[in-house]
Ligand binder design. Structure first.
Ligand code: NAD
Length: 495
């Protein structure tokens, strides 16, 4: 039996409320496919209410004009409360998404760190520049919040990804309407209750649950909303940019990926193997920066394939609540079918498909076994399209020139991983790969100060560090002050 929880409401103007329509939808547990609870189905009238509350809080509430040190006390309090609730967050996140509990514990801790980090960065870095122009002008810049911002998040790492947006948005003085993914609504409401406990002024933070085509689109099209920060699929991102155009909104797009991991002949074999396995099978393979394409040097192919097969057989596929579980069920039946159909396609395209096993006791969950697509070719659809599951294609290469070319021969450009002990080659290849982020001899370790995001079909803009603050959540204003006399043309004084 799955765990039955209290129903999920919207959070608008400091209160948990039903949708205006009174409608709800079912939240399904990926491990059992039973109903966890009902979720208030927000739509356009709820978005209107939430935006009105956020707008009032921005314009007339204390949030935007509060002293920075005061605002940061709230942000730090949110971090403290997340830490207090970390075990509950980890548990609910695992229940909602099917992610193994050992991984959601780390995500909960990261959620708190996101708030602490932005509290520090905003205090230290949110200042403008001053430019002296001889003895005529003093020009300077200030960075001001945008107003109401809309945040739209996916289901694959719900709490971590939403805190990643909410923390910088609030720390810089904006007010927020969050539309979480319909498939994983629980942790957004924990954040709402944390924010309620932290006593943020009413309307500063609002959550509207619901579907993308209704709640999401209403938020994107709302004239009062100044910006949309979106993480999700590339096709959704394109649609959002189109819908945001009429009201000339600023948009930030963190989209899909098909990231390469390249192992040269001189790489530290065991470490590269660990990184390749972890990078595709952690987060159940539902990871935007997953190394879904591994390029292995011809000389290592056999050894690598044998080692991969052994590891895949030993991956612990299990109940997400079990601390030892390494791979859990996919988010829902629809996604399970999508991933499974790509594995069928891989066979048709000529790959050797090698899989681990799912214990029969877990047959009611959306489990896809850890899967290798061996003897893959980069031009196959399974190497070009984002599968977003525990499925790794293995492609052989011979020369550096060749591997750089094929690694870049894809629409996406989010992450890349290079394994070599040749320092010149490491830099050369890192600089040649078309992606927003590259890790050399390293797994995907996140440094919050560094810009996070992709190029090509993987996104526009960057999150993280001062990039979020200066390039997205604030508007730079230039102020020009005459400090002496300067020439002003005299028009209309006659000939
Ligand atoms: P999705 O695009 O289906 O949904 C994401 C969010 O957008 C959800 O809240 C959804 O309700 C909403 N939405 C859907 N249609 C909308 C519309 N027309 N208008 C407004 N909102 C709409 O993505 P998903 O399936 O939830 O997430 C998986 C995807 O996210 C993968 O492609 C993955 O690579 C990507 N992702 C990217 C990053 C990154 O940083 N680049 C991080 C995590 C996930």
């Amino acid at each position: 039996m799955g765990e039955r929880l209290e129903d999920v409401k919207l959070y608008i103007n400091g209160e948990f409320v039903d949708a205006a329509s009174g409608e709800t939808f079912e939240n399904i547990n990926p491990f059992t496919n039973e109903v966890t609870n009902l979720v208030a189905k927000g739509s356009s009238p709820d978005i209107d209410k939430a935006v009105a509350a956020a707008s009032e809080a921005f314009q007339h509430g204390p949030w935007g004009s509060m002293k920075l040190s005061e605002r940061m006390k709230y942000i730090d309090r949110i971090a403290d409360l997340i830490e207090e609730e970390a075990e509950t967050i980890a548990h609910l996140e695992s229940l909602d998404s099917g992610l193994p509990i050992s991984q959601t514990r780390k995500m909960a801790a990261r959620g708190a760190e996101n708030f602490r980090f932005y509290s520090r960065v905003v205090q230290a870095r949110m200042h403008g520049d001053a430019y002296q122009v001889d003895d005529e002008f003093m020009n300077y810049t200030v960075y001001q919040p945008l107003g109401v911002v809309g945040l739209i998040t996916p289901w694959n790492a719900p709490f971590m990804l939403l805190t990643w947006k909410v923390a910088p948005a609030l720390a810089t003085g904006n007010t927020v309407v969050l539309k979480p993914a319909e498939l994983s609504p629980l942790s957004a409401n924990i954040l709402a209750s944390v924010i309620q406990k932290a006593k943020l002024p009413k309307g500063v933070f609002n959550v509207v649950h619901g579907f993308g085509e209704t709640a999401g689109e209403a938020l994107v099209k709302h004239a009062t909303v100044k910006a949309i920060s979106f993480t999700g699929e590339t096709t959704t991102g394109k649609r959002i940019i189109k819908n945001a155009a009429d009201s000339l909104k600023k948009t930030s797009m963190e989209l899909g990926g098909k990231s390469p991991l390249i192992i040269f002949e001189d790489a530290d074999f065991e470490k590269a193997l660990d990184a390749a396995i972890w990078g595709i099978f952690s987060f159940n393979g539902e990871r935007c920066t997953a190394n879904s394409r591994v390029f292995i040097h011809k000389s290592l192919k056999e050894k690598f394939t044998t080692a991969l097969k052994e590891r895949v057989q030993n991956i612990i596929v299990g109940d997400p609540k079990d601390n030892r579980t390494e791979l859990g069920p996919l988010i829902d039946k629809g996604h399970f079918q999508k991933v499974t159909s790509y594995i069928e396609l891989a066979k048709e395209e000529g790959c050797e498909v090698y899989q681990g096993t799912v214990p029969p006791v877990f047959k009611s969950g959306n489990y896809v076994p850890p899967t290798l697509l061996l003897n893959a070719k980069n031009e196959m659809r399974v190497c070009q399209e984002e599968i977003f599951g525990p499925v790794m294609a293995v492609i052989e290469f011979e020369t550096e020139e060749e591997v750089v070319h094929i690694a870049n021969d894809v629409d996406y450009g989010l992450a890349g991983y290079v394994w070599t002990n040749d320092i010149k080659r490491a830099h050369r290849v890192a600089q040649a790969i078309d992606s927003g982020m590259i890790w050399v001899n390293s797994q995907n370790v996140r440094d919050l100060r560094i810009p996070f995001g992709g190029m090509k079909a993987s996104g526009i803009g960057r999150e993280g560090g001062h990039f979020a603050i200066f390039e997205f959540y604030t508007e730079p204003k230039a102020i020009h002050i005459a400090i002496g006399d300067h020439h002003i043309p005299k028009f209309g004084k006659g000939k």
